[in-house]
Design a protein around this ligand. Structure first.
Ligand SMILES: [Zn+2]
Length: 41
């Protein structure tokens, strides 16, 4: 059985952006990747 990877290149929380776009305006640095956008192994 082949496991399909849904992981994209980059942090899964912020989609590799390194930050979250807030609905109220502005942005917040992703705490998961510390704003780097890189996926943690
Ligand atoms: Zn992130």
């Amino acid at each position: 059985m082949t496991a399909k990877n849904y992981e994209s290149n980059g942090c899964a929380y912020c989609s590799g952006k390194g930050y979250f776009q807030l609905l109220l305006g502005g942005s917040e640095t992703c705490t998961c990747c510390s704003g780097s956008g890189q996926k943690k192994e």
